[in-house]
Design a protein. Structure first.
Lengths: 95, 481
């Protein structure tokens, strides 16, 4: 399929990545090459084939609901770019 | 003392046990070596940390690794010491906990090197050129790449700047650099080694594994890190053998498959002849051969680049300037902060993969790309299941070419992706695979041979690899730096 710059711009927005015009050009072209290559998968007959999202025969992994040790707050927040008390600080989200 | 760094871990352990040397002597010899050659090889990042070592002194005499230093890829969490995935977006990140493999290594008496091994940013690459810190150079030819993404680990082991190393493998990131650098690299069965504390790239494909000077060291390190971990719900609760006990010099009766789809156009002629000679060698040692077919091989690369990027786009959503790492300030809104932080923090390949993965998962394209890839993944796995019904293992080249020049493929992602053509299938099928040295090109670059086996049958890999190694000289070759 053909991938337009608008599509790349939209997907970049979904991925929360800003691209300048030059990057957009380059990425669009490279994605086009990659997708052309990937298109060969259309040749494969996948009728009645189940998808494999995971290789192990494991569905749900459950454990007893018993309290254990958890990461202390100070450690959990130790890498925060900005912190206030026990919270991460982010830019204002309510206009 | 100079000679100490040339030894393998098992040789060092023997001398430690005989009280001929001390672990301090090993560490200072290693330190000296790193200071001498790493300005050329650049296997390590944050080299200022080389004077610090965690768990340097080990108490109990009976432990497995007795203070031997282990080098760690920059995406495996070490408590209190920088772990940055060689990305600007994780600059300064100091994990608040150890990865399970690090915990296990400390319990086994290992010392952990706090200078970490270089890698492609977030393990996105096959050459270690995508590192925020710049490329690592191949010890066999400094103008060549060491492979990737665990290029720092493989180059360090090859250059005797590391005794043992831990890397990670999502599509060949342990095996391809091991092949380019002439060392031994194992990707264990998916679920064999805990991924807890490995900064995730593609969760259904990632595995941590050992990179070492020889097969015995590999089995030794593997025995220390594997096993069930309640903190990783995809780790499998099954018995853990002592892999050093399966190392017998004997392949009589072992049934080996050679997949015809791997000996195709694009395979370098010198790699091909090294492989053929190696196959003959194993034949004379008593192994049985059969040509087999893995008919969906040609689809492995496209399937991988959909599944791996889709999972990566989801895993890397967490790098948003809130909990850790880089944050770009002075932004208009939260979304603006996310975008500017990710724009500034991620390198080109990371951006490309996140965008490709987001595309494959996005509304309208999900069925055509992601779901289709998952179905073809089933077919690739079935190819292996069918072969392993009859045979014990499969032998292939690890990479279609020897190490290429730095800069040669960096602007052509598709060409770079194709250098993983022989390694990717093992991750998609979840099976174990090892790369061992099997020869050299005329220009003096190492060639690697890959052995693949059934899930949880690392024993067969080690046995075949060990037998080959004991009857060939390749693992003893050292680069001149």
């Amino acid at each position: 399929m053909e991938i337009t710059k608008e599509t790349v711009e939209y997907v970049a927005h979904l991925a929360r990545i800003e691209l300048n015009r030059k990057e957009l050009e380059k990425v669009s072209q490279q994605l086009q090459d990659i997708l052309d290559f990937i298109d060969k998968l259309k040749k494969v007959d996948i009728k009645d084939i189940n998808p494999t999202s995971h290789i192990l025969p494991i569905d749900n992994v459950l454990r007893q609901d018993t309290p254990g040790e958890s990461l202390p707050i100070d450690k959990a927040l130790s890498n925060a770019p900005q912190r206030e008390g026990n919270f991460f600080v982010v830019p204002k989200i309510i206009e | 003392m100079e000679e100490l760094i040339k030894l393998t871990a098992h040789e060092l352990l023997e001398r430690l046990n005989n009280k001929e040397i001390t672990s301090e002597e090993i560490y200072s010899a290693l330190q000296k070596r790193i200071k001498e050659v790493d300005s050329k090889v650049r296997a390590y990042v944050r080299l200022d940390k080389i004077d610090e070592l965690t768990n340097q002194r080990t108490k109990e005499p009976g432990n497995k690794l007795k203070g031997i230093p282990v080098s760690i890829k920059d995406n495996i969490c070490t408590e209190g010491y920088n772990t940055e995935c060689c990305s600007k977006i994780l600059e300064g990140f100091r994990p608040p906990y150890d990865a399970t493999v690090i915990k296990k290594l400390k319990e086994a008496g290992a010392s952990i090197l706090n200078a970490k091994a270089n890698m492609d940013e977030f393990a996105f690459g096959s050459s270690t050129e995508n590192s925020f810190f710049g490329p690592t150079h191949n010890p066999w030819n400094l103008e060549c790449v060491p492979g990737g993404s665990s290029g720092g680990c493989a180059a360090a082991v090859a250059a005797d700047e590391a005794i043992l190393a831990l890397g990670s493998d999502t599509g060949g990131s342990i095996r391809q650099p091991a092949s380019f650098c002439g060392v031994v690299g194992l990707k264990p069965t998916y679920g064999r080694v805990s991924r807890y504390g490995l900064i995730a790239f593609a969760s259904s494909l990632d595995q941590i594994g050992p990179i070492t000077k020889d097969v015995r060291d590999n089995a030794l390190l593997m025995s220390c890190i594997c096993g069930y971990d309640p903190l990783d719900s995809t780790s499998v609760n099954t018995g853990v053998p002592d892999y050093t006990k399966v190392l017998v010099n004997d392949v009589k009766g072992i049934k080996i498959g050679i997949p015809k789809e791997y000996f195709i156009e694009g395979l370098d002629s010198e790699v091909k002849s090294a492989l053929e000679e190696s196959i003959n060698k194993l034949k004379t040692l008593g192994a049985e051969y059969k040509e087999v077919s893995l008919p969906h091989t040609e689809y492995a690369v496209p399937v991988y680049y959909i599944i791996a990027t889709a999972e990566a786009s989801s895993n890397l959503a967490r790098f948003d300037g809130v909990q850790y790492g880089l944050r770009v300030d002075k932004t208009e809104s939260l979304i603006d902060m996310y975008k500017k932080t990710r724009e500034a923090g991620f390198g080109n390949e990371a951006k490309r993969r996140i965008i490709l993965g987001t595309f494959a998962l996005s509304h309208g394209y999900y069925d055509a790309y992601y779901l289709r890839a998952l179905k073809v993944r089933t077919l690739i796995k079935q190819d292996f299941d069918a072969v392993f019904k009859e045979l014990d293992c499969i032998i292939t080249p690890t990479s279609p070419t020897p190490a290429f020049k730095i800069g040669e493929k960096i602007d052509e992602p598709l060409k770079m992706y194709l250098s993983d053509i022989y390694t990717i299938s093992a991750n998609l099928a979840g099976i174990p695979a090892i790369s061992i040295p099997c020869g050299f090109t005329k220009r003096g670059l190492p060639v690697g041979l890959q052995i693949l086996a059934k899930p949880f049958d690392e024993e067969t890999l080690f046995r075949v690899a060990y037998t080959f190694e004991q009857n060939t000289p390749w693992h003893k070759m050292k680069p001149k730096i």
